[in-house]
Ligand binder design. Structure first.
Ligand SMILES: [Ca+2]
Length: 461
């Protein structure tokens, strides 16, 4: 499964985009992969989750693509779990026959999960999209949002797609997360610029789990907060059929001692508000060394217990994913491969970039055509994370207009222009002296600098 995609957007572009015209290859990561998905209705095995399971096959076969019932303006949605700058969405359509092709599709990116029409429009496609193809849509401008919607607008029909990929330059690609010499059964996922390893095919004690994670340069998953928890849960949910076991160690233990109630993450920080499962922790008959936590966002997390006798007297925490017996585990903070460079930087219409060194710590600068002002930061640097700092600046055309004539003198335009950065030079006729500034420049605000000078009489005027 590819995790890093190099898109030459100018080749793939299907929708005219007035602002974003990338002329370079931009390394993008698919951030829709296995995130929570939803749709207006579901029929014939066409679950919303089929739309971002990483399989692009155009043959539905009752399980591979999404499908809604025939209805007015059907939609499909993915929750990216945090807002991302989104620019490219790629849709694999369903193959020939047996289902109506997509027609009049709209793609929206925004932060409203309930009122999809409130989200800004990324792209639309009037007419019918070919069957069994992968079509790339480029947002007219970069949109920052947590939810990406596809909708057949004003159409009475059934929405069926086989894979939707949402690309950003703002997230690690999984291949940056791979520990050296990792085996093929290691599943990687990245979120919020943190790499996670899902050791779904393994089992063992808390200590086994922790040792394994540390060998891979990380530790058992810890410090869970914010959207990282629903992210990991969604990852596990999607892998349910392949999980060796149904209980998952996470990196928290109770401090030793009978009276203490303090739980700590493996990095030493206190677990501030553990959300224990029902009747947990209980250390039933002194036979348990684990306690289940309930992740509040899912109805599928219920209590259960394992049968491992405590060895150390410490308790560890597991996500009780489903009822089960043995233990698998998650790891985070694994060694992220240090990137050697940031790849080609993105740029907006009209801008040019000087500097061709894209390695870490290199600085590039953006230029605008003559007569335009630069909007944003001129310079960007390649950070150690492998991302360019800040945002690509834009260019705005500025014209300060012609200047009034000067009494007893002349005003000359250098380069014969009145646009941004242009200079006007004043001079006086014979016997007159110039008072004030000799030169004025067209500035960012569309106005000439300073006040106009005057030509004052010396004598014999
Ligand atoms: Ca699929």
């Amino acid at each position: 499964m590819e995790s890093l995609v190099v898109l030459n957007v100018s080749q793939l572009n299907t929708i005219p985009s007035p602002l974003f015209v990338p002329s370079v290859n931009v390394a993008c990561t698919n951030i829709a992969l296995m995130k929570p998905a939803n749709q207006s209705t579901t029929v014939r095995g066409g679950a919303a989750a089929n739309g971002n399971d990483g399989e692009r096959t155009p043959v539905h076969d009752g399980k591979s693509c999404t499908e809604t019932m025939k209805e007015a303006s059907p939609w499909w949605m993915v929750d990216l779990l945090k807002p991302y700058p989104v620019r490219v969405v790629r849709v694999a359509t369903r193959g020939c026959c047996g289902h109506q092709p997509l027609k009049d599709i709209e793609i929206r990116v925004g932060n409203s999960s309930s009122d999809l029409q409130r989200n800004p429009l990324c792209a639309w496609f009037p007419g019918t999209i070919e069957e069994g193809v992968t079509k790339t849509f480029t947002c007219a401008r970069t949109l920052v949002g947590q939810h990406v919607f596809l909708q057949l607008v004003g159409v009475e029909g059934s929405l069926s797609v086989c894979e939707v990929e949402v690309f950003t330059t703002d997230e690690f690609s999984n291949d940056r997360c791979a520990p050296p010499g990792s085996s093929p059964d290691v599943e990687l996922a990245s979120f919020d610029r943190t790499c996670y390893e899902l050791s779904i095919a393994r089992g063992g004690s808390f200590l086994d789990a922790r040792t394994h994670c540390q060998k891979h340069g990380g530790d058992l998953v810890h410090g869970l907060e914010g959207a990282a928890t629903p992210f990991l849960l969604a990852q596990l949910e999607r892998r349910k059929p392949t999980l060796k076991t149904q209980l998952v160690w996470i990196g928290a233990t109770k401090e030793p001692g009978f009276t203490t109630r303090t739980w700590r993450w493996v990095n030493g920080e206190v677990v501030s508000r553990p959300s224990w499962g029902k009747e947990q922790p209980n250390n039933y008959n002194g036979e348990q060394n684990c306690v289940e936590v309930v992740l509040r966002i899912s109805h599928s997390l219920l209590m259960s217990f394992d049968r491992i006798k405590p060895k150390s007297g410490e308790w560890a925490v597991m996500i009780d994913f489903l009822q089960g017996a043995a233990v698998t585990f998650l790891s985070n903070g694994i060694n992220v491969k240090s990137p050697s460079d940031c790849g080609s930087p993105d740029k907006l219409l009209n801008t040019t970039i000087s500097g061709s060194n894209y390695s870490v710590e290199a600085v590039i600068s953006y230029q605008c055509p003559l007569g335009h002002r630069l909007v944003g930061e001129r310079n960007r640097s390649c950070t150690v994370n492998g991302f360019w700092s800040g945002q690509a600046p834009g260019c705005q055309y500025v014209d300060c207009g012609s200047l009034p004539k000067l009494d007893h003198g002349v005003v000359m335009l250098e380069d014969n222009r009145t646009t941004h950065g242009a200079w006007a030079r004043y001079s006086c006729h014979e016997n007159y002296t110039l008072t004030g500034r000799e030169k004025r420049q067209c500035g960012d605000d569309g106005k000439w600098s300073d006040e106009p000078p005057q030509c004052l009489c010396e004598s014999h005027c």
